[in-house]
Each structure stands twice: as C-alpha cells, then as structure tokens.
Design a protein around this ligand. Structure first.
Ligand SMILES: Cc1cc2nc3c(=O)[nH]c(=O)nc-3n(C[C@H](O)[C@H](O)[C@H](O)COP(=O)(O)OP(=O)(O)OC[C@H]3O[C@@H](n4cnc5c(N)ncnc54)[C@H](O)[C@@H]3O)c2cc1C
Length: 401
C-alpha cells in the first residue's frame, strides 16, 4: 500500500498543504495529525472580533473543500517523535505512522512567565480556541485585566477587553507598544489611541511576581508597584513546536531551517528530501529581502509555503524531474493586519529590517501610511486605514533581475 503523506499540525498550514497537494495532482493518501481536538480553524479572530462575542469552533472553522474530504484527520493526538531516516512518526499513544513525505506544520506555543507564585487560576495566553474560550469567560465588565506584553496580540486583546468593559493595564519592558516592527512614531500613536480608550500602560517595566492564593489577585511589578488583577494575560512571544523532531540532526535552532523549496535542512547543510516545513514554524530565506533565513509569523505564510510544498511534493511523488521546480525562488510577500478599536492596520514586507521610516501619506493622528527602508530600499509599508494606498505598494516587493 502507498505510504501516506503525513502532515503534523492540523491547523491552517496543515489544511492548506493538503489542499495544495490535491490541487497539484497528488491523489494518494494524506494523514493530518493535530493535537487540538478541532478541525482546522482561523486564529486571528481569537484576539479580535470573536473574542468579543461567543467564542466557538463554528465561528472560526475553515471551510473544508471537497478535494480534501478524504484526508485522514487524526485529531486530539500529539506527535511525540519522528524518525526521519526510517520515515515514521510516532504519536503519544505509541502508534507509528509511516510516511512517504512529512510536512511539519506545528507552529508555535506561547511563552509563559516563570514566577515564584505562578500556580494560580486566572492566568491566560491566547493561541488556541480553548485559550480564547477560557479567557472570554473571565472578560466580564469591571474585571481588572493586566496584560504582560505589548505586541500585536497584547494590544489586540487590550482593545477587546476594553470594549467588553474591563479595566485594562498593559505592562511591557519596551518603551512603546509594537515599537518593533512599527517604529516609534506609529507605536506612540497607537499608545495614544489606546490611552484615549482608557487603557493604562506601564512601560519599561515587567512583572516580578503574582499575588493570590488559588487565583491571581494582583501583580507585583519590578518597580515595586502592585496592580490589582483578576485576569492576567501573558502575550510575551512564542516557542516553536519542534521538540518532537529532535534526534534527526535537523537544524532546529529557531524553528525548522528549510531551503527555498521548504525542505528541512540538516545541521551539516544537507537537505532531507522528504521532510518539509511550512507556516510559523518554518525558517527560510526570502530573496526579495536577502539570504538570511527567518521565521515569519504572518497569516499569508502558511498558505504561500503550503502551495510551494504542494507543487514540489506532488511532482516529486509522481516521479517527475523536479530540478526546474526546485530552482525556482520562494519569495512570498509577507503581509499582516491588526484590528484594535477603529484602528485597521495593514502592512506588507519585513518592517523590522528598516533603518529609516518615513510618513508617506496622511496624518499620523488620522489615517496614514508609513514606508520602511533599508539602505534607501523599501522593505515594508504599513498604514492605518488607506488600504488601497497600502496595497499599491505591494509591487515594490519583488525579486530583482
Ligand atoms: C491570537 C492570534 C491572532 C493573530 N492575528 C493575526 C493577524 O491579525 N494577522 C496575521 O497576519 N497573523 C495573525 N496571527 C498569526 C497567524 O494566525 C499564524 O501565522 C498562523 O496561525 C500560523 O499557522 P500555522 O498552521 O503555521 O501554525 P498554527 O496555527 O500554530 O498551527 C499549528 C498546529 O500544530 C499543532 N501541534 C503543535 N505541535 C504538535 C505535535 N507535536 N503534534 C500534533 N500537533 C501539534 C498545534 O496545536 C496547532 O494546532 C495571529 C495568531 C494568533 C494566535
């Protein structure tokens, strides 16, 4: 019997990989193993619209297309290890799944704060649907919410919690929320808009410990200040889910290092020809910008990388000569958005690479567009409102030559 393509991680990347394999003509078996109990769903609404209302799988589930109706979804099952040399993965029930090719789509999990008095109810992170369901139940009007971390997720949850009538304080070590990648001017404006909505900030500080017996009741800052707290939300970055791949001599320094066809790379630089990585967990170079491999945690990357893998792998499994395909560049345009109150932010490129940021259109207090430049070349564009103007800059991000 033909061995299946095994996809580990049954989320957006996993779903898009299955769809792409079918689109590029692969008709063989596909098994997708995911540790969450749910069919693939969309994460961005978990900190935005959906968190304001009733959080349910129905509200965020991706539609399943007929082409992938025969995918064997093994849900609620964690893959514990992989044996790349023998082309198998083993799940946490001990079941061994042989594969013809492995697609790694295991994404990220939130970092958690390590404190002495940490074993308390009322602590939250926002990555999964279950996280959002648990958090939503506690975001009641008047609750004292403290959010540690002022990146996109921290700020989005702050806005949502305010709209739900909570009292919100954001604590973060940086000088401004989302300072990186947006830059000081835009970050200061976003802070101002949050403050106008009643959010309080404690910047350049962090949380030293928590107060409470069974449940969090307060937060002790390293400045010595104590904040009352009923709900403590940690939005302090992520770990890559790659531990299960250890022991295969793959480069897992920060996610799975891949070549331009998203094939995993060994520590000695050789390529594992039947192991691919996609989405948040993949670290790849994007020749639009340079040859430095990076992970990009944006919504378009699972889809773009899955498409590339689907095309290469379908050809490879059909026994076709893939030399020309493998030589093609993988050069997706990173894109992301963020919604906070009436701030609708849209961006393209890698803003964090910039050494110069310029206001290109509009007024900072209203709708505006900023350009991000490295050595005078545009590497990013971001706007509040003015969507079509921002979109107009997409053509700046293309391969040279
Ligand atoms: C709250 C939130 C808001 C966001 N908002 C935006 C936004 O506004 N704009 C934007 O561009 N991007 C946003 N993102 C980022 C975007 O959602 C991610 O880029 C995208 O979800 C990545 O998809 P993925 O399939 O690579 O990984 P994930 O979605 O993380 O999926 C990985 C899956 O693999 C599972 N898994 C992990 N380890 C194992 C294992 N060993 N065995 C089995 N299964 C495993 C995980 O549980 C998970 O289900 C947001 C993310 C979050 C969490």
């Amino acid at each position: 019997m033909t061995k299946p393509v095994v996809i580990v991680g049954a989320s957006m990347g996993g779903l898009r990989a299955a769809e792409a394999l079918r689109r590029f003509g692969y008709l063989g078996p596909i098994t997708a193993i995911g540790d969450e109990p749910y069919a693939p769903y969309n994460r961005p609404p978990l900190s935005k619209d959906v968190l304001k209302g009733e959080v349910s799988h129905e509200a965020v589930a991706f539609p399943q297309r007929p082409a992938t109706a025969d995918v064997n979804w093994v849900l609620g099952t964690r893959v514990a290890s992989a044996d790349v040399a023998n082309s198998t993965v083993t799940d946490d029930t001990g079941l061994v799944h042989p594969f013809s090719a492995l697609i790694v789509a295991t994404g990220l999990r939130p970092k958690r704060l390590q404190v002495t008095n940490g074993d308390l109810a009322g602590r939250h992170a926002v990555r999964t649907l279950d996280d959002a369901i648990a958090l939503r139940a506690e975001l009641v009007p008047g609750a004292n919410v403290v959010i540690l971390g002022a990146g996109f997720i921290g700020c989005e949850v702050a806005a949502t919690a305010r709209l739900l009538g909570c009292s919100v304080t954001v604590v973060a070590p940086g000088s401004h929320p989302i300072n990186r990648p947006l830059g000081r001017m835009l970050a200061a404006e976003i802070k101002r808009r949050h403050e106008a909505q009643g959010v309080k900030f404690r910047m350049k500080t962090t949380v030293e410990d928590l107060l409470g017996e069974d449940r969090v009741a307060g937060v002790i800052l390293d400045s010595g200040e104590v904040l009352p707290c009923d709900v403590f939300i940690e939005a302090i970055g992520s770990h890559t889910n790659t531990e299960w791949l250890e022991g295969n001599d793959l480069d897992l320094v920060d996610g799975v290092l891949t070549d331009g066809a998203l094939r995993a790379v060994h520590n000695n630089g050789s390529v594992a020809e039947n192991v691919f990585a996609i989405g948040d967990v993949a670290r790849f170079a994007n020749p639009i910008f340079d040859d430095v491999p990076r992970r990009v945690e944006h919504w378009n990357i699972p889809t773009d990388s899955a498409k590339r893998v689907g095309q290469v792998l379908a050809a490879q499994l059909a026994g076709e000569n893939t030399n020309a395909l493998l030589a093609e560049a993988f050069a997706p345009i990173p894109s992301f958005w963020s919604d906070q109150y009436d701030i609708h932010l849209l961006a393209f490129g890698l803003l964090g690479l910039a050494d110069e940021i310029k206001l290109l259109h509009g007024e900072i207090e209203g709708d505006c567009v900023f350009g991000y430049y490295r050595e005078s070349k545009m590497v990013g564009v971001a706007g509040i409102g003015m969507r079509s103007t921002v979109q107009g800059y997409r053509s700046e991000f293309k391969l040279e030559g």
